[in-house]
Design a protein around this ligand. Structure first.
Ligand SMILES: [Zn+2]
Length: 414
């Protein structure tokens, strides 16, 4: 099958006007100018007219099972306030509500042109029960929380059990030790060792809030008091920044997605510039909490791979349109609003190939190139517009179509 469109955004610096995309089973054939394509005998040709074809987005950080919590939590006076709220709300959810919430989030991602999601799986067994109900490619990262070293063996057992259930059903399976403040240093080392043995990537929330900063640098603040009250061993606090806490763990060679990284010192930038590290920024969640400026330029200058994520609607959801749904277009717009000087091509890369690069699969998806997976979306390209990248970032509402592995999985309004 060949799809023709007024424009193709195949990757940064690779915009093809009057382009064509050839789909051969689950992968892409020729991607180029429509005049250069020679269809096979009988090959269908579909002209999408005033449209843009672009790679399906990669959402590098999400909690699909919190989708139903939109508007139920408030940023509060501190991050610890929010932690208290989510612990309380999660207790009230039934297993069925969590499954429906996960699927509702997956549907939002599909409608907004996302093909791959790196999802934090906080409910054991949930991913393997629901994944067959969606065409979305979800990479499950098993969430692990343990406050005492006595928990470490059971944490690794849980990780092994989830890996055995999830890995046959997913392109990539990973681990998500929730954060340095909800695990111990020894627990993180034990989980890293197991992840290493299965060559699994890790994702972890680090240096998100001032409360976390105070806990690790000066044994103070509400998060320090909260974690102590929950029985966490606190002898690793008052020493260093949260990122340095990660840096000083036993060394492994794991691909690691560091989520948030809002509070950083110079040494932290050096650590994050390791090619196995990526930073995931979630613009709407960042704005919702009112965090200080994300250090995009300082990270980019050091060559850090920076990806975009939606986080969850528990930390960005409200009744306002842009904040009431999981949507990478609105994440890109929020990022552009806060960082107007950043090139849109760089922002699009954060939403596509940088996520694939974070897990070492940038040769498989995140761009439109021959032999890569046929994961792409189609959006309208209004006649009045001429700049392709500006038209993409301005797009609102559902996409006109989404293809995953060469199959059309969504057909919206054009
Ligand atoms: Zn998160």
């Amino acid at each position: 099958m060949i799809l023709l469109a007024r424009a193709i955004w195949a990757g940064k610096g690779n915009i093809i006007m009057n382009g064509a995309v050839q789909v051969c089973d689950n992968v892409l054939g020729v991607v180029g100018c429509s005049k250069q394509i020679s269809p096979l005998t009988g090959e269908p040709i579909i002209d999408l007219g005033d449209s843009i074809i672009l790679p399906a987005f990669v959402n590098s950080h999400c909690h699909l099972d919190y989708t139903g919590l939109a508007g139920r939590l408030k940023p509060g006076h501190s991050f610890t306030d929010w932690i208290n709220q989510i612990i309380e709300v999660k207790r009230s959810l039934s297993g069925q509500e969590q499954e429906l919430s996960w699927l509702e989030g997956a549907e939002m991602m599909i409608k907004s042109g996302c093909g791959v999601v790196f999802n934090i799986e906080s409910v054991p067994g949930l991913f393997s029960r629901v994944i067959k109900q969606t065409p979305l490619k979800v990479c499950p990262f098993t969430e692990l929380i343990g406050y005492d070293d006595l928990d470490n063996e059971s944490l690794v057992d849980l990780a092994k059990h989830e890996f055995s259930l999830n890995s046959p059903l997913a392109m990539v399976t990973g681990l998500a030790p929730h954060s340095p403040y909800t695990t111990t240093a020894n627990g993180l080392n034990a989980l890293s060792e197991y992840a290493n043995s299965e060559a699994m990537p890790i994702t972890i929330h680090v240096s998100e809030s001032a409360d976390e900063w105070d806990m690790f640098t000066s044994c103070s603040g509400p998060l320090f008091d909260k974690m102590k009250s929950l029985g966490r061993i606190m002898n690793d606090c008052g020493i260093q920044s949260p990122i340095q806490h990660l840096n000083n763990l036993e060394k492994t060679d794991l691909r690691t997605l560091v989520v948030h990284a809002n509070f950083l010192i110079n040494e932290d930038f050096d650590f994050l510039s390791n090619p196995k590290m990526s930073v995931v920024h979630c613009p709407k969640s960042h704005s919702w909490f009112g965090y200080p400026e994300f250090k995009y330029k300082d990270l980019a200058k050091r060559g850090v791979n920076i990806c975009l994520g939606t986080d969850s609607l528990a930390s960005s959801g409200s009744t306002e349109m842009e904040f009431g749904e999981l949507n990478i277009f609105s994440e890109m717009r929020e990022f552009k609003l806060k960082n107007p000087e950043i090139d849109i091509g760089d922002i699009l890369e954060m939403a596509t190939c940088n996520g694939a690069k974070a897990i070492g699969l940038d040769h498989r998806f995140g761009q439109l190139r021959e032999e890569m997976l046929a994961n792409f979306s189609v959006i309208p390209f209004p006649k009045r517009l001429s700049n392709v990248e500006e038209a993409i970032i301005a797009h609102k509402g559902s996409v006109s179509g989404l293809f995953i592995d060469g199959k059309q999985v969504y057909s919206g309004k054009t």
